[in-house]
Design a protein around this ligand. Structure first.
Ligand code: IMP
Ligand code: MG
Length: 424
């Protein structure tokens, strides 16, 4: 039996290559849905030499005939959606008729972006993407969010007023100007118009797809270590980044088979603990070779060695035993490669990460050193040294590496077991 619904989730701090993998898998799927996050995501897809970055619309949109969904778990910036639709149209890929946006999405409005920026100018920085994600999610959990359906029904003015009034208190305290609630409400109304032609019942569409036994991909954004509960709190995003979040974020539990994406080394953008971080020339070289600059903000990503205890944690909380390892080509050409296998606290050795920033900061990563490998390509066999590195990761993580990605192009993959097409 082959899988019909797969959740593709990040096992690190985001930027594992989910966009590339979803775009590739979508060639054999009919539906791709986003269930969490917002336009903080930056999913890079390279096909036929063309590079595109998607922030909101699922990466599956680039495959003709694939239907895409933005579930109610996504916080929606309508202006960002409009820009992305225009970008796709300019590239000759019209999402019209293939994109469904849930009316249940909570909106990111101007005061959310302003608050995010004002807070990040202060001294307790998270290093956010400045897209207003955190403040919009706060409104949602405080039960004062403005949803797309509220704007379409014309009942948003009071809701926007309440939300802006609250934001103004904090903006003023941070030395910023107050915003005019009526202006923000008007803006919301204009922006929400773009999304109207795409409105639809995401859960009903996916239930129908399941009944027809269509192949469905659930595209996670960010990664397990940025998860609000299980990540490196407080330096996390404001939503769940785990596969288990998909049921709530879509309105239907599709019981997906979970495929975790991990990069062959580690990166992180923004602040927070990063036990295996490299510095100096080593960091610069890896950053340059891996082109590790944020797809959303352009920031230089912090880089480091692969962290197995963190991966073990990420796999466990996602109920995941199958991985795709990306950017194995980037590590090629080195004499040796390091792998963090445990954290050491005094005489204690831990093989699984505890999601607590202080615990992580107080520990010391223990490494083993592996022989490096020459260039790898999707054609031919994996070099024995690269194969040994992958096998060691599988052994330590108690998980199988099904695909080894060796380049940014859609087809640059060594496929040991196709997640959608192979027999389980
Ligand atoms: P926010 O999601 O913009 O609030 O940012 C919170 C933290 O998550 C910051 O460290 C961001 O850099 C990080 N983050 C959010 N989205 C992504 C992503 O898609 N990739 C990598 N890091 C992200
Ligand atoms: Mg990214």
């Amino acid at each position: 039996m082959s899988a019909t619904c797969i959740a593709v989730v990040g096992l690190q701090w985001g930027d594992e290559g989910k966009g590339k993998i979803v775009d590739w898998l979508a060639a054999d799927a009919q539906h791709v849905a986003r269930f969490q996050g917002g336009n903080n995501a930056g999913h890079t897809v390279v096909s036929e030499g063309r590079k595109m970055v998607l922030h909101l619309i699922p990466s599956g949109i680039l495959q003709p005939r694939v239907r895409c969904y933005i579930g109610p778990g996504v916080v929606l910036d309508c202006a960002a959606l409009e820009q992305e639709i225009a970008m796709l149209q300019a590239e000759g890929c019209d999402p019209g008729g293939r994109l469904t946006v849930s009316p249940g999405c909570a909106l990111i409005l101007r005061h959310h972006r302003e608050l995010d920026r004002a807070r990040e100018r202060g001294c307790t920085r998270i290093g956010t993407t400045l897209r207003g994600i955190g403040p919009a999610q706060e409104d949602r959990t405080a039960r004062r969010a403005v949803r797309l359906r509220d704007v379409w029904a014309g009942r948003h003015a009071d809701l926007v007023h309440t939300s802006v009034q609250r934001a103004n208190l904090e903006l003023e305290a941070l030395g910023c100007s107050r915003l005019d609630a009526a202006e923000v409400a008007d803006e919301a109304c204009t922006a929400a118009r773009t999304a109207k032609p795409y409105a639809g019942d995401v859960a009903a569409a996916l239930i129908g797809a399941r009944q027809r036994n269509d192949r469905i991909l659930l595209e996670g954004s960010q990664g397990a270590l940025l998860d609000i509960e299980q990540g490196t709190y407080p330096h996390v995003t404001s939503s769940t980044c785990l596969a288990s979040g998909a049921a709530g974020g879509l309105g239907v539990d599709l019981r997906p088979h979970v495929v975790g994406i991990a990069k062959a080394y580690a990166t992180r953008v923004g602040n927070g603990v990063f036990p295996t971080e490299l510095d100096g020339d080593d960091a610069q070289l890896l950053r340059a070779e891996g082109e590790e600059f944020g797809a959303t903000t352009g920031r230089a990503r912090r880089v480091g060695w692969l962290d197995v205890p963190a991966l073990r944690h990420a796999l466990a909380i996602n109920g995941c035993t199958n991985m795709i390892l990306t950017k194995v080509d980037v590590l090629a050409g080195r004499e040796s490669v390091k792998l963090c296998t445990a954290y050491v606290h005094g005489s204690e050795r831990s093989e699984r990460m505890v999601p607590d920033s202080s615990w992580l900061a107080e520990g010391r990563p223990a490494y083993e050193t592996h022989a490096g490998w020459p260039a790898v390509s999707a054609k031919g066999k994996l070099d024995p040294a690269a194969a040994a590195y992958v096998e060691r990761i599988e052994h330590l993580c108690e998980a199988r590496v099904d695909v080894i990605s060796v380049g940014a192009e859609r087809e640059a993959n060594i496929v040991r077991r196709h997640p959608l097409l192979s027999a389980a």
